[in-house]
Design a protein around this ligand. Structure first.
Ligand SMILES: [Fe+2]
Length: 258
């Protein structure tokens, strides 16, 4: 099993504090059945600014430590990039990178407020051949309030990654409900632990997936297969449908704009 989103590199962001915590997270992940993990430290100006090149070096070192410690997991480089008006500038500076050095970049956004400039930024990024994967859309307040708002991101060709913790209720009832709705509507492409440590946000996937009711479990297993195909270089994005909600007057383009 492959985890596509995890803060496993020690001392680089708000994930693993030190190598001991990284190793404990990796041992938990191994026990859970994970064999491959993409390390996605935050990249956020003035908070976490480790360039992709350095992430690659740190991943190499962590893989060496895993071998020494007999942990049977391979780690790949990535970033979780805070999407905002600085993103294009950072991209041009060469400090950003995709998951396992691909053109698929993992982005997070402001949890509370949608920046209206984002669709234009996504369009510019697409001109550079970048396919955005939006991390945990079920956690954004504006999407929780009206899931049709995700249409604006679907329209820009975004893919979406579910946090297992959202399904577990770690981020509250509203995020859980939103995650289930987006899952049922086939919006997600990938699943991730978004693991940050050894307590509530662990670096594990399988436990949550197998605890789900049959229908949810099948859908989440499909996402886990996508994770695997992604690392094999065989993943092909499917075309998404825009979301309409029952009983609402559907506007011709994106539903209610963000
Ligand atoms: Fe994350």
């Amino acid at each position: 099993m492959v985890d596509l989103h995890c803060h496993i590199i020690p001392g680089i962001d708000d994930g693993a504090k030190d190598i001991e915590e990284s190793l404990k997270m990796l041992r938990d992940a191994e026990d859970d059945g994970l064999r491959e993990v993409i390390a996605t430290p935050h990249f956020m100006r003035s908070r976490f600014e480790v360039p992709y090149e350095q992430v690659v070096e740190k991943v190499k070192k962590l893989n060496e430590t895993c071998q020494e410690e007999n942990i049977n997991i391979k780690i790949y480089p990535g970033q979780e990039i805070y999407l905002n008006r600085n993103t294009l500038d950072d991209y041009e500076k060469g400090v950003l990178g995709g998951l396992n050095d691909s053109n698929y970049y993992l982005f997070e956004m402001n949890l509370m407020k949608f920046d209206k400039g984002i669709p234009d930024i996504l369009y510019e990024l697409s001109l550079h051949g970048i396919t955005p994967i939006i991390a945990h859309p079920e956690r954004y307040r504006y999407i929780i309030e009206d899931i049709e708002r995700i249409n604006r991101l679907i329209h820009e060709g975004c893919l979406f990654q579910l946090n297992v913790g959202s399904i577990d209720g770690v981020f509250g009832k509203k995020a859980k409900k939103c995650a289930e709705e987006l899952l049922n509507r086939g919006v997600y492409d990938f699943v991730g632990s978004d693991g940050h440590g050894i307590e509530t946000r662990k670096a594990i996937l399988r436990k949550t997936i197998v605890e789900q009711k049959k229908k949810n479990m099948e859908k989440m297993l499909y996402l886990a297969e996508n994770n695997r195909d992604f690392l094999k270089g065989e993943f092909k994005p499917t075309k998404k449908k825009l979301i309409t909600t029952k009983g609402k007057l559907f506007s011709m383009f994106y539903g209610k704009g963000i």
